[in-house]
Design a protein around this ligand. Structure first.
Ligand SMILES: NC(=O)c1ccc[n+]([C@@H]2O[C@H](COP(=O)([O-])OP(=O)(O)OC[C@H]3O[C@@H](n4cnc5c(N)ncnc54)[C@H](OP(=O)(O)O)[C@@H]3O)[C@@H](O)[C@H]2O)c1
Length: 287
């Protein structure tokens, strides 16, 4: 199967390189700017196309790796191209937020459609392909699209999961919790340290070790066994002290309270013999 890319950005470059290094044949790239397609072709030893017609004609699988906001428009543009036979073509995108139905204009012309999301932060056009061997992929699509995408990922040796198309927004929310919202939490911790006189560099240095160790614990042991701290210990006094010192930062205080209420649910699993109801009540009222 020849694989073509529309959108020579971070994912197009990286995924293309990973596929080509794993014995898949790339037809090449089309992109908004010809220079990007040319560069991606050089990087992956494939061709660059200056029109969608030729790229699609020469590809069996077409991955639309443009920004999320452009996927629908690109699919609509492809659907207007005359003289293409869509019946044996597979069109997919790599968005975490959208499902395959965003490609319905192509489906109605007889193409198979799917989404194939690498659960990965891809930040560098030239280096991020090295992270792909550990990437977990999430797949959904129509029957044929799902089957094809699954066998493609299987051939690469990556872990993957096929999910219900309706779960795509929730799946993406999960990814945001694990990545972007974590960034927000770390930034809040750093801010509070700076309130205590730390410089930005000192805050970052002091957090680096504890962050790594904590994440490693969550990964290795799971949330229940990794949980420590005042909520787990049912230490009401400390929790109230923390909330008091956040009294001039209402947003921080809301985050502290809401996450602590969730931590109580985890703590109850860890210590079924402990009664967290007083702490729970305090958190509901305070904060
Ligand atoms: N980056 C990540 O961490 C990550 C992770 C998983 C999934 N994804 C998904 O992967 C997809 C691509 O993301 P990305 O990070 O690779 O974005 P990106 O680096 O911004 O690359 C997108 C490329 O698409 C091209 N493009 C834009 N509009 C186009 C159009 N109308 N027609 C043809 N080409 C067009 C642009 O190429 P030019 O250079 O030619 O202007 C741009 O380089 C998105 O769906 C995103 O959600 C991203």
């Amino acid at each position: 199967m020849n694989i073509g890319f529309i959108g020579a950005g971070k994912v197009g470059f990286s995924f293309g390189k990973y596929l080509s290094l794993n014995q898949h044949f790339l037809s090449g790239y089309y992109s908004k700017n010809l220079d990007s397609a040319l560069e991606a072709g050089k990087f992956t030893n494939s061709l660059c196309f200056d029109n969608l017609y030729e790229l699609i004609k020469k590809s069996d699988i077409i991955l639309i790796t443009v920004p999320d906001g452009q996927i629908k428009a690109v699919a609509q543009e492809i659907a207007t191209i005359q003289g293409l036979n869509f019946s044996n073509k597979f069109f997919g995108h790599c968005s975490g937020a959208f499902n395959h139905t965003i490609l319905s204009d192509l489906k109605s012309l007889g193409a198979y459609t799917f989404s194939l999301h690498p659960f990965l932060a891809i930040s560098d056009k030239y280096k991020s392909y090295r992270d792909f061997s550990n990437a977990f992929f999430t797949i959904e699509g129509d029957d044929m699209g799902t089957k094809m995408a699954s066998s493609l990922v299987k051939s690469l040796g990556n872990h993957y999961k096929v999910i219900d198309s309706n779960c795509k927004p929730k799946y993406h929310t999960a990814a945001v919790f694990a990545t972007n919202l974590m960034v927000g939490l770390c930034d809040m911790a750093s801010d509070l340290l700076m309130d205590c006189g730390f410089s930005k560099e000192e805050a970052s240095l002091s957090l680096s070790n504890i962050l790594r160790a904590n994440l490693e614990n969550v990964i290795q042991k799971g949330s229940v066994n990794a949980l420590t701290g005042p909520v787990e210990r049912n230490d009401e006094g400390t929790v109230i002290t923390h909330l008091n010192c956040l009294s001039n930062r209402e947003d921080y205080s809301h985050v502290y309270k809401d996450l602590s209420l969730h931590l109580i649910e985890i703590a109850k699993i860890k210590h079924p013999d402990r009664d967290y109801s007083d702490l729970e009540e305090k958190l509901m009222v305070l904060g």
